[in-house]
Design a protein around this ligand. Structure first.
Ligand SMILES: [Mg+2]
Length: 173
């Protein structure tokens, strides 16, 4: 079985990084809970939104991300059961390609480079299972779609939801 796994907000914690950078630069105390149902840039005053929206274009942004809890341990198990590919729409931020590749080397060294798809639109993916936090990726997928919970999608319906990597393990192993 072919299993595709997204990066941002599935194995890499971008919300933490956006909030951390925003709080550092503006001396604020924005919390994750304040971002439920929204993008981080939507949670800040209008004159600061452009700054937050451009975080991902900065050199080093994707290098600073923390792995999502449990992702390393569970993916290390899943690679034994599935033809597993990391699938990230990395071309949205061309600067991210090298950083994402290095980040995978650091935190997911057991995923071979041949199993890393840094792509454009994910509709090109054909396989059995896709784990992603964005409903626009899941709705175009022809296999089983698992919505990985992220602050922005807590109110989304219509997909099989997984709240953590331990829940993924319960369903897929
Ligand atoms: Mg994502």
């Amino acid at each position: 079985m072919t299993l595709f796994v997204d990066m941002d907000e599935v194995i890499a914690d971008t919300y933490w990084a956006h909030i951390e950078l925003y709080n550092q630069e503006f001396g604020e105390q924005l919390t994750l809970e304040e971002c439920y149902g929204k993008e981080v840039w939507q949670c800040v005053p209008q004159e600061r939104q452009e700054s937050v929206r451009k975080h991902a274009t900065r050199n080093g942004f994707f290098s600073m991300l923390k792995p999502i809890e449990g992702s390393q341990q569970i993916l290390e198990q899943l690679v034994k059961h599935y033809d597993l590919y990391i699938a990230s729409a990395a071309m949205q931020y061309p600067n991210s390609l090298k950083e994402k590749s290095d980040w995978l080397d650091d935190f997911f060294p057991f995923i071979n480079w041949k199993n890393r798809i840094l792509c454009g639109d994910k509709h090109i993916l054909k396989g059995d299972i896709l784990i992603d936090d964005r409903s626009y990726n899941l709705k175009n997928f022809n296999g089983r779609s698992l919505l990985f919970t992220s602050p922005h999608n807590v109110h989304s319906n219509g997909f099989e939801r997984v709240n953590s990597w331990h829940e993924v393990a319960g369903k897929l192993i």
